[in-house]
Design a protein around this ligand. Structure first.
Ligand code: HEC
Ligand code: HEC
Ligand code: HEC
Ligand code: HEC
Ligand code: HEC
Length: 402
């Protein structure tokens, strides 16, 4: 017994060796993960798929890199296409997911809308789980078939219609939005919601306003009379579930509720629940709004008026209107891109000009730009296609902030 407690260099040596060996492998694993991110695996697989099924040339035209759709008007960067690589290739209809072509969404354009505006998910993320929003704090999980199954909808993906209606709220009969269309018809039926609820400024005041019902956060819903039932039936504990049960039987969810039980069918209750989720206050650029909705909104300021301003003032306006301020601050810290304060002291004017005018090329050829590119998670600085003269104004503005 005594012997065991005695100091034994031998024993320590083994422990230490074991410990360093474990550490060594952990470092190795971390390094491997860093250099083999999930998206790269999909891209290599995509290249092999193309090589086998389309041809060598098609395969070699695909570069292994983070791919993204940058949407300054929507304040989003969607990188889903780093894995969903065939989305814009009609010839890949029969490719295995995630390489297959996207179903036709005419007249919408992915380059103007990205993906998350319809599908939700986390546009910026590059791991499947995170991108599909299947993580705890993300409140907008992917509205896809997997999610639909969880709610017991077989086949198609009707949940995506929630997001269609963010833009198509003012349209009544939109093909592809059959469930929401049904809900809109129910609004006109008795009992009329506006007897008790204000919607779009009109209605009674005996019940909560519903104009932006979809913005009410989960914490403000009382699940106490619903939780056990949901858990028992293995249904998601979500706002959508809350609305569904509430439409089927308001008093069961909110005891003593004055909201009448209208005898909705299963399908009608889901339709109304989805409609409630879609009533959100999301400001959209006019160009992405269907005409009827656009007309309903007050037309916002169009192109920035810059005549008669000093270069610095013009630069400030451009810095905001061209989206630089979406990613950069000047003195307020690092965001998606570097803080630009003190830039003139650090870099040559010519370098800065080239960086703004032609960032893609700089990221590939200029050592410093390359370094920054990796430092900023390969986000890449987009080419916003402004004139040399506009670049000068922006540079003057950046320089003016001390
Ligand atoms: C205008 C809205 C809209 C946009 C924008 C959009 N999608 Fe879709 N997406 C849909 C609809 C609608 C479906 C079909 C749902 C159904 O009927 O199964 C779909 C289906 C899909 C599917 C399943 C396809 C299949 O074969 O089952 C994937 C994957 C997908 N979208 C990914 C994306 C990605 C990635 C982007 C961005 C590049 C994107 N979507 C942009 C509306 C959209
Ligand atoms: C790291 C790779 C990766 C990224 C990034 C990614 N996906 Fe996927 N996605 C997949 C794979 C693989 C599948 C095939 C089905 C599966 O394994 O779940 C898939 C399937 C889907 C489906 C069909 C499944 C369903 O439940 O309907 C949709 C829709 C979809 N993705 C949308 C998106 C959107 C939107 C984004 C961006 C926010 C995105 N994906 C980002 C890998 C990815
Ligand atoms: C970001 C806003 C936005 C989203 C999200 C959106 N749309 Fe649209 N949609 C538009 C715009 C803009 C038009 C162009 C027609 C117009 O100006 O009225 C349009 C047109 C259409 C049309 C043609 C209508 C016509 O009158 O020709 C259909 C059908 C349609 N959308 C269905 C859908 C479906 C289904 C979804 C969801 C999968 C969806 N939209 C999501 C903005 C959107
Ligand atoms: C006779 C009055 C009355 C009518 C008609 C009525 N409601 Fe209600 N509703 C209420 C009252 C009272 C509440 C608050 C108590 C509760 O949550 O049940 C409520 C709650 C709600 C809530 C929850 C709101 C929140 O913030 O918690 C939603 C959503 C809702 N109603 C939707 C509708 C819709 C959609 C219609 C029409 C199809 C409708 N209601 C018709 C009285 C009414
Ligand atoms: C989508 C985000 C994004 C937008 C929009 C953007 N940048 Fe950048 N910018 C970056 C990132 C990320 C970097 C780091 C280098 C890289 O990744 O290429 C960068 C680098 C720079 C640099 C070099 C900074 C340094 O420390 O040397 C300058 C200068 C710059 N951006 C100016 C601009 C200007 C001016 C605009 C608007 C016309 C703009 N950027 C728009 C993301 C952005």
């Amino acid at each position: 017994m005594k012997k065991e407690n005695e100091f034994s260099p031998h024993k320590d040596f083994y422990w230490l060796s074991l410990f360093s060996l474990v550490l060594f492998f952990l470092v190795l694993i971390a390094f491997y993960r860093q250099s083999h991110p999930e998206w790269k695996k999909y891209q290599s697989r995509f290249k092999s798929y193309l090589e086998e099924n389309v041809g060598r040339e098609a395969a070699s035209s695909v570069a292994i890199s983070v791919k993204q759709i940058w949407l300054p008007e929507l304040n989003r960067v969607d990188r889903c296409i780093s894995c969903h690589l065939g989305y814009d290739r009609p010839d890949l209809v029969n490719a295995p997911p995630p390489f297959n072509s996207h179903p036709d969404i005419e007249p919408h354009s992915v380059s103007k809308m990205g993906c998350t505006i319809c599908h939700w998910g986390q546009g910026f993320a590059l791991k499947k789980k995170e991108a599909h929003g299947e993580i705890r704090h993300w409140t907008e999980p992917l509205l896809g078939k997997t999610m639909a199954k969880r709610y017991g909808f077989d086949g198609g993906n009707l949940l995506v219609q929630i997001n269609c209606n963010i833009c198509h709220r003012r349209d009544d009969d939109v093909p592809g939005m059959e469930t929401i269309n049904l809900a809109k018809k129910l609004l006109a039926r008795k009992p009329r919601c506006q007897t008790c609820h204000i919607i779009d400024g009109i209605g009674g005041k005996t019940a909560p306003e519903l104009t932006f019902a979809g913005d009410k956060p989960a914490e403000r819903f009382d699940f106490s009379h619903l939780k056990d039932k949901l858990i028992e039936n293995e249904r998601p504990l979500s706002i959508l579930s809350w609305h569904y049960d509430h439409f089927l039987n308001p008093k069961a969810v909110v005891p003593g509720s004055k909201m009448p039980d209208a005898g909705y069918s299963d399908r009608e209750a889901w339709a109304l629940a989805m409609l409630m989720m879609s009533w959100r206050n999301i400001s959209l650029p006019v160009m992405l709004m269907p005409k009827r909705t656009a007309e309903a909104e007050v037309s916002a300021g169009e192109d920035v008026e810059t005549v008669g301003l000093s270069d610095i003032e013009r630069g400030k306006l451009l810095f905001e209107s061209e989206g630089c301020s979406d990613c950069h601050t000047i003195g307020k810290g690092v965001e998606s891109g570097p803080d630009l304060k003190g830039l003139m002291g650090k870099r040559e004017a010519g370098w800065i000009r080239r960086m703004i005018l032609n960032p893609e090329q700089m990221e590939q050829t200029d050592p410093l730009a390359k370094k920054l590119y990796y430092e900023f998670d390969e986000l890449g600085m987009p080419n916003v296609e402004i004139t040399e003269e506009e670049v000068e104004a922006i540079i003057m503005y950046i320089a003016s902030i001390k």
